[in-house]
Design a protein around this ligand. Structure first.
Ligand code: KG4
Ligand code: ZN
Length: 332
């Protein structure tokens, strides 16, 4: 039996978790409200908030887990990708904490962690290899073929913006607030998804592109606003539902294609955008249609959290893959 303390600080959430093997004992997240007024994450403010949050968050995770810090067998941390200043706080803290305890360090890749969140033991079935995972976060959009915990073949990915970024920008254009994903999701529930049509680009293979969708949304609104300055206000829900349907439809079409072509019968989603209710129901619908098994993460494991870093760290710990104290963070 091993106890892992995990730390995540790659963007604007400070999080710490404790796992006993693959079981989650605690998962504390401090979200940073300070960025809302700027309509996006301000890196300088993020690192300052991480500095303020890290000690209480780690303390809280240890206390909630009901363990003594001497029982920790290894400290796992997100090494990248993410914002340099934000990563620095978590990485430096993890290093000094591990050194003070005399325990090994395990470095974790944030994207792998999102995918591996499916292996946290919740008493429910976990994916069997090989399976496909659509990874959709604020910074990444990838269709991955998982061959083992750490063998992830990238079948396709975005050539420009990430899906989450496109959703956030659409929300920003409509002046809905930040982050836009959850707001669009909520407003879309009251709207007609077929009210407006937005074209998706023709991109070869399993790759994606979202910058064109964002631009055509912007131009569409600019034209309509010329005729009616109240256009967005009047059609907010329909606009949200329509742009959400466009993005989710595009995401799922290629994911479905990849699973058919690779003859894979298990499909997962991961990352912040996997909290989206339409994406979740569409994945379920498509999997039901093909008699595939869908893996949809619980909400608390979709957006950034240390639990996923902990499970990734646990698998590396089992392999004896420890990190040197001198390792710097990486941003991409
Ligand atoms: O994985 P994540 O927390 O951070 C990164 O690693 O980037 O993902 C954040 C992204 C943001 O773009 C946010 O708007 C989006 O996930 N998101 C959603 C929803 N909840 C979060 N997008 C659509 N629907 C949601 N319910
Ligand atoms: Zn993330």
């Amino acid at each position: 039996m091993s106890i892992i303390l995990a730390i995540e600080s790659s963007c604007d959430d400070t999080s710490a978790a404790v796992l006993r093997d693959d079981m989650l004992l605690s998962n504390v997240i401090a979200s940073q409200k300070v960025h809302e007024q700027y309509g996006g994450v301000v890196p300088e403010l993020a690192s300052r908030a991480h500095e303020q949050n890290i000690i209480p968050v780690v303390d809280g995770a240890i206390r909630e887990a009901g363990i003594r810090k001497e029982e920790i067998d290894a400290v796992a941390f997100t090494r990248g990708p993410g914002l340099m200043g934000s990563l620095m706080v978590g990485v430096s803290f993890a290093k000094s904490f591990a050194q003070a305890l005399g325990k090994p360090l395990v470095e974790v890749n944030h994207l792998q962690a999102h995918v591996l969140s499916h292996f946290i033991n919740r008493g429910e079935p976990i994916p069997q290899f090989p399976f496909i995972c659509l990874l959709v976060s604020g910074g990444h959009t990838q269709i991955l073929l998982l061959k083992s915990h750490f063998e992830m073949e990238i079948l396709g990915q975005t050539i420009d913006d990430a899906a989450g970024e496109a959703i956030d920008k659409a929300a920003k254009i409509m002046d809905l607030g930040y982050p836009g994903g959850p707001i669009i999701d909520r407003l879309a529930k009251e709207g007609n998804a077929d009210a407006f049509k937005f074209a998706t680009p023709q991109i070869a293979g399993y790759d994606y592109s979202f910058s064109g969708i964002k631009t055509s949304f912007l131009y569409f609104l600019r034209d309509r606003l010329k005729e009616d300055p109240e256009f967005i206000e009047k059609h907010k829900a329909d606009l949200c539902a329509s742009i959400q349907k466009t993005i989710v439809g595009f995401l799922m079409k290629k994911t479905e294609r990849a699973a058919i072509d690779r003859r894979v019968r298990q499909v997962a989603i991961a990352g912040g955008v996997s909290a989206n209710s339409l994406l979740r129901s569409e994945l379920q619908r498509i999997c039901d249609k093909h008699h595939w098994q869908a893996f949809i993460p619980p909400f608390k494991f979709c957006t950034d959290n240390a639990a996923m870093v902990g499970i990734a760290g646990y698998f590396k710990y089992l392999k004896g893959e420890f990190a040197d104290i001198s390792l710097p963070p990486y941003t991409r």
